[in-house]
Design a protein around this ligand. Structure first.
Ligand code: FNR
Length: 187
């Protein structure tokens, strides 16, 4: 399975990016996780949605080619960072490449609540008609106090979180497989 990871932070030392890279390594034998950058996307503009710049075309093509999308969301001011909303706006228009594509969500913050509000908003957005992405039920991953759980080398050193991620990954793969079996049965 090929999963595209969209990370909603553009800072070099992003904990959410480090968490994604940790997942990339730890579950390399379960799926291929490609981090698809959204930092160079221009602001969405309806005037150019049918003739977008190359960065948008390439971004959409990578998402279209993926079997599923992992959204790694920081929390800004109690919601989804604008950079991630911007990426979703592009994906929701013209060829609407998220329709029917399975998604799951994780997120990390330095606060204790671990992006709970941002994830609630993101769930709503992904279900919205323009995006229409089937979402892994439950299995909500809120990594709070992330600065105490990731070491200088980018390793997730908080064992309960690692074990929880192991179970969520298992659940995601089982859900993804059953989802596809259900779709195939209707064809
Ligand atoms: C934050 N941060 C933050 N944290 C949180 O738990 N809830 C929030 O609403 C916010 N709001 C917020 C707004 C802005 C503009 C910034 C820059 C930061 C803190 C945030 O969790 C922290 O900076 C994380 O480290 C951001 O994620 P990355 O960049 O490390 O992936």
């Amino acid at each position: 399975m090929k999963i595209a990871a969209i990370v909603g932070s553009n800072r070099k030392e992003s904990y959410n990016l480090k968490l994604t890279k940790f997942l990339q390594k730890r579950y390399a034998n379960r799926f291929e996780l490609e981090i698809v950058s959204i930092t160079e996307l221009p602001f969405y503009n309806q005037d150019i949605e049918n003739t977008p710049p190359e960065s948008v075309t390439q971004f959409k093509a990578k998402i279209k080619a993926a079997d599923a999308v992992l959204w790694v969301v920081p929390e800004y001011n109690g919601t989804v960072p604008g950079i991630m909303v911007n990426a979703i706006d592009w994906l929701s228009r013209v060829d609407r490449v998220m329709i029917g594509k399975p998604s799951w969500i994780i997120g990390a913050s330095m606060g204790n609540l671990g992006t709970v509000k941002a994830q609630a908003h993101l769930r709503d957005i992904l279900f919205a008609s323009g995006v229409n992405s089937p979402l892994l039920p439950s299995n909500e991953v809120y990594v709070g106090a992330v600065h105490e759980k990731i070491d200088a080398q980018g390793n997730l050193i908080h064992e309960p979180t690692v074990q929880f991620l192991d179970s969520v990954v298992n659940n995601f793969i089982a859900w993804y497989d059953s989802f596809h079996a259900a779709i195939s049965a209707t064809k």
